[in-house]
Ligand binder design. Structure first.
Ligand code: PMP
Length: 441
């Protein structure tokens, strides 16, 4: 089949037109476990779980069967006045996984919409109580999605700065990036001083701030910046003191990815609101969750047309096909006791990652559960980056693709997000190929 004419009609996400014209996307027609197969038959190892969603590998037979069975039963039903039995089943399963206090589950379509819902709930919660809090505080360099509300709390300048002009009152802390610590601390003497910035913001503007949103433990899109539990604990302490709702965006980190069920578990904290998406369906279909503390839900109890109804919903909310994939993925998670049962694989993964440390251009290696990353640097001692015009990360992904490995560096950070059922042999292949790629470049 010839695709060349279709390329001309595509506007690809996160892709410059120049890049698109020079390097058309690789057309994929089949998936199996960690592998994707090009339309030309070439095999690629998907080391990044197709944007961090593939938790049990591509075309997992269990999830495949569940979706096939669902499609012959019911494809969709509106979720107001009605709900599919499969979405009911999913709700029951999730209520058993989520922290007890997060007992109310609102469905939407993807990570961005789960964040929109969380932000709206936070503002309306305060409004119902007669408290006009309309601002948000978020972590520096954070990412919460690409819809306007989600972007208002995002702080990656390349993505967000143009659009920030629309939002009057937004606050951003320092980014807790330990490899390039914003307050020049070392691991040994860190007391989460990067969150002094949050304290300053809350002291000055706390009364206007409805909620604080953060990616717990790992700032994904910023470059898999993994930070210590004490930072998260400090965020919670400060927010509690100022009556600010805590929104944990676990879209990327939730449901086992970081080696615990939720990244918040590393710091033994429970947020007021939690967002989940990505791995919820094992990467099959879009569906997302905004899980809310019962105390917040209770404030919304009121008559129709009062200001107590959350007027939010999407056409495909609670879609039965997506729900069936999520039910199957959550059963795989529970029945196989992930992430605990994958502890030895996670250890092996971190060992392989650390073995890259000998390389003169590899620095800042970090890992948590099934997330691993490092920076490609020009000078390991000074942490100096390669000049941008050398396009080192882009070239690295090109070389990797030629060798049959899918990597998509974030800035100069190379990262991995393998499925939980990856084997040690498959990890060996990924890291052998990575070494070759770095040497080549
Ligand atoms: N929050 C986080 C932490 C994310 O990493 C992402 C996506 N990378 C989103 C929200 C947005 O999710 P989606 O792309 O499904 O809208």
């Amino acid at each position: 089949m010839k695709f060349s004419t279709a390329f001309e009609h595509l506007w690809m996400p996160f892709t410059s037109h120049q890049e698109h014209e020079k390097y058309p996307p690789i057309v994929i027609s089949k998936g199996d476990g960690i592998y994707l197969y090009g339309a030309d038959g070439k095999r690629y190892i998907d080391a990044i779980g197709s944007w961090w969603v593939s938790t049990f590998g591509h075309c997992n037979p269990v999830i495949n069967t569940a979706v096939k069975q669902q499609i012959d039963k019911l494809e969709h039903v509106l979720m107001a006045g009605f709900i599919s039995d499969t979405t009911m089943e999913l709700t029951k399963i999730l209520s058993g996984i989520l922290p007890k206090s997060l007992s109310k589950i609102f469905y939407s379509d993807d990570g961005s919409t789960s964040v929109e819902v969380a932000l709206k709930i936070a503002i309306q919660y305060h409004a119902i109580r007669g408290d006009d809090r309309h601002a948000f505080v978020a972590l520096g360099d954070g990412y919460h999605g690409d819809t306007l509300g989600a972007m208002s709390v995002g702080a990656i300048s390349e993505f967000h700065s143009l659009f920030h002009k629309r939002f009057k009152e937004q606050y951003y802390t320092d980014s807790p990036y330990c490899f390039r610590c914003p307050v020049h601390k070392k691991k040994e003497n860190c007391s989460a001083e990067c969150m002094d910035s949050l304290e300053r913001i809350l002291n000055q503007h706390g009364k206007n701030i409805a909620a604080c949103i953060f990616e717990p433990m790992v700032q994904g899109a910023a470059g898999m910046r993994i930070y210590p539990p004490k930072v998260l604990q400090r965020i919670f302490d400060l927010c509690h003191r100022h009556g600010v709702i805590t929104i944990a965006d676990e879209v990327a980190t939730g449901l086992g990815r970081t080696g615990k069920m939720f990244a918040c578990d590393h710091a033994e904290v429970v947020p007021d609101i939690m967002c989940l998406a990505k791995g919820l369906t094992g990467g099959y279909l879009p569906i997302a969750v905004t899980a809310v503390d019962e105390k917040i839900y209770d404030i919304f109890k009121g008559a129709p047309k009062s200001n107590r109804t959350l007027n939010h919903g999407h056409t495909f909310t609670g879609n039965p096909l997506a729900s069936s994939a999520a039910v199957a993925a959550m059963k795989l998670l529970i029945e196989n006791q992930y992430p605990k049962s994958a502890e030895s694989t996670m250890k092996y993964f971190s060992k392989k990652l650390l073995s890259l440390n000998d390389h003169e251009h590899v620095a800042g290696i970090r890992h948590l559960g099934f997330i691993g990353a490092f920076e490609i640097v020009k000078d390991k001692m000074t942490k100096e980056k390669f000049p941008e015009e050398k396009h080192v990360p882009f070239k690295l992904s090109q070389i990797a693709a030629e060798k049959g490995l899918i990597l998509r560096p974030l800035g100069n950070t190379v990262y991995y997000m393998p499925p939980f059922n990856i084997t040690t042999e498959e990890l060996d292949m990924i890291f052998a190929l990575t070494k070759e790629c770095i040497d080549d470049i």
